[in-house]
Design a protein around this ligand. Structure first.
Ligand code: BES
Ligand code: MN
Ligand code: ZN
Length: 480
């Protein structure tokens, strides 16, 4: 069920392939690249206008990539990823299967970033294309030439790529092939592959746990809900209390009886489980790279549809926490299933909980596809760490406030709260709703903007982007 296209990464003193990449940090001087005088003149001329120059020697394809070290560190690395992606496009067109990256003596990390962009940009979702329509990328081998990158950095990169590809595959998988049960089975398969444990709660257990939010959203579905618990608890864990990751696993969101009202707004709602894909892929990374942290992953999952027994506006439901919610819009389903998971997370007495969810159109409206909206009650240091990771991997986080006043709009006349608030600041009232179910340090990440894109944004390929995977991996590595 979980397939993976793996790259063969290697480190060698000699180049291995027809295609060779050099990184330069000064567009006016080419040191250390064995060019003829004519070639050097050509490249320097090209660099006046371009950041990537190609010299085709017929027995060798040389690609020279420029990145500007005077930029902020995060931007500098991102430029390298973008160059990598451009190179990936060229290699694909030329049907080239291997590439050498010459590790520069200064800024050797740029070669890792370039390889990352190269690999991530070559992602494709071709599962449902028959042989005739399939256009396959041929790139298989990425070789670092030089001694300045370590085996460990290379191996880590390889797993980051795997984790991102798995998350993208899951998001791109249509709901016709991925209901809540299948999603949970995918997580089990990932657990087996990477070495984390999984337990899937089925409907009877979910009922016994009184997860009323998840059960209410599931009422309109002909498929049962699932609740997956993933755990990675190595002997050398640095944290005594676990870090819990919670992911929204709505495999398809029609809006339910409050059917999605606007044109096209339902078209890509297979992406509404992106948060859960992020969580499972981060668990996959942690286990595969033996990260010394105790981590728990929680995923409530169902589809959200109208049907004879579907939950309806005006309904009052009992949540796992015992609180009551007046449902005034069945399209605000994500917060209902997340609330049950956040409340379940209390049992772990966690050090920190981070939830990841395609939660509101409002977050996407506010900042678009280039950032993640974050909010929560975690301390400044934790938030700053996460924001720094965002800059490092270029999955940037913008913090929204959870001011008390925003809580006004989710007050209900007949229950403890209602599931929608004011139209203005909708991402925040969703956050205020979730805040009612936590009693521990917590960060909520709304990835509705970047999770799924309709045109490629450099190495963030069209469709599921896996946004949040690299962010959380970088953040957790920082803690470990
Ligand atoms: N899954 C959607 C949010 C979403 C929108 C994700 C666009 C990805 C792209 C969520 O369940 C939803 O429908 N939210 C509503 C909430 C509203 C009814 C309070 C929204 O944002 O419109
Ligand atoms: Mn919805
Ligand atoms: Zn949704």
């Amino acid at each position: 069920m979980i397939e993976n296209r793996k790259f063969q990464f290697s480190i060698n003193e000699q180049a291995q392939s027809f295609a060779k990449v050099y990184l330069v940090f000064d567009r006016t001087a080419l040191t250390g690249i064995p060019f003829t005088e004519n070639e050097a003149a050509y490249v320097l001329k090209q660099f006046e206008e371009n950041e990537l120059v190609v010299v085709n020697r017929y027995d060798e394809l040389i690609l020279i990539a420029f990145a500007d070290p005077l930029k902020e560190q995060g931007v500098f690395q991102e430029q390298c990823r973008k160059r990598g992606n451009e190179i990936s496009g060229i290699l694909c067109k030329e049907k080239i299967s291997g590439v050498d990256i010459f590790v520069p003596a200064v800024h050797p990390q740029t070669s890792i970033a370039l390889a990352e962009g190269l690999a991530l940009g070559s992602y494709q979702f071709v599962k449902y294309q028959s042989a005739t329509t399939k256009k396959r990328w041929n790139l298989e081998k990425i070789n670092f030439v030089g001694t300045e990158v370590s085996e460990n950095e290379m191996d880590t990169l390889a797993v980051v790529i795997e984790a991102v590809f798995i998350a993208r595959d899951l998001v791109n998988e249509p709901a016709s092939h991925l209901n809540a049960v299948k999603l949970a089975e995918s997580f089990e398969a990932m657990g087996k592959m990477a070495g984390f444990s999984t337990e899937v709660f089925h409907k009877d257990k979910i009922e016994a746990l009184k997860m009323g939010g998840l059960l209410a959203v599931n009422l309109g579905s002909i498929d049962p809900p699932t609740f997956t618990v993933m755990e990675w608890n190595p002997a050398d864990a640095k944290n005594s209390k676990p870090i819990v990751l919670v992911g929204k696993g709505v495999v398809f969101d029609t809006g339910g009886l409050s059917l999605k009202p606007t044109k096209d707004s339902m078209d890509y709602m297979k992406c509404d489980m992106a948060g859960s894909a992020v969580v499972a892929s981060v668990m996959y990374f942690a286990a595969k790279c033996k990260l010394p942290l105790h981590l728990i992953g929680l995923v409530p999952s169902t589809d959200n549809r109208p049907d004879g027994n579907a939950y309806a506006p005006g309904d009052v439901i009992y949540m796992h926490s015992g609180q009551t919610v007046e449902v005034l819009n069945t399209d605000a389903e994500g917060r209902l299933i997340l609330a049950d998971a956040l409340s379940y997370a209390k049992d772990y007495q966690p050090q920190l909980v981070i939830d990841v969810a395609t939660l509101t159109g409002s977050a996407a409206m506010a900042i678009g596809q280039y950032g993640i909206v974050g909010m929560g009650n975690a301390d400044v240091q934790t938030f700053n760490g996460l924001k720094q990771s965002g800059e490092n991997v270029y999955e940037r986080v913008v913090e929204f406030p959870l001011w008390e006043e925003y809580g006004e709009s989710i007050k209900s006349d007949i229950a403890d709260m209602k599931n929608i608030g004011a139209r203005e600041g909708g991402a925040i009232s969703a956050g205020m709703f979730l805040a009612k179910f936590v009693d521990y340090p917590w960060i909520h990440l709304d990835i509705a903007g970047p999770a799924f894109i309709n045109a490629a944004d450099h190495y963030r390929t069209k469709g599921g982007t896996a946004s949040g995977v690299r962010l959380l991996i970088d953040f957790l590595r920082g803690l470990a």
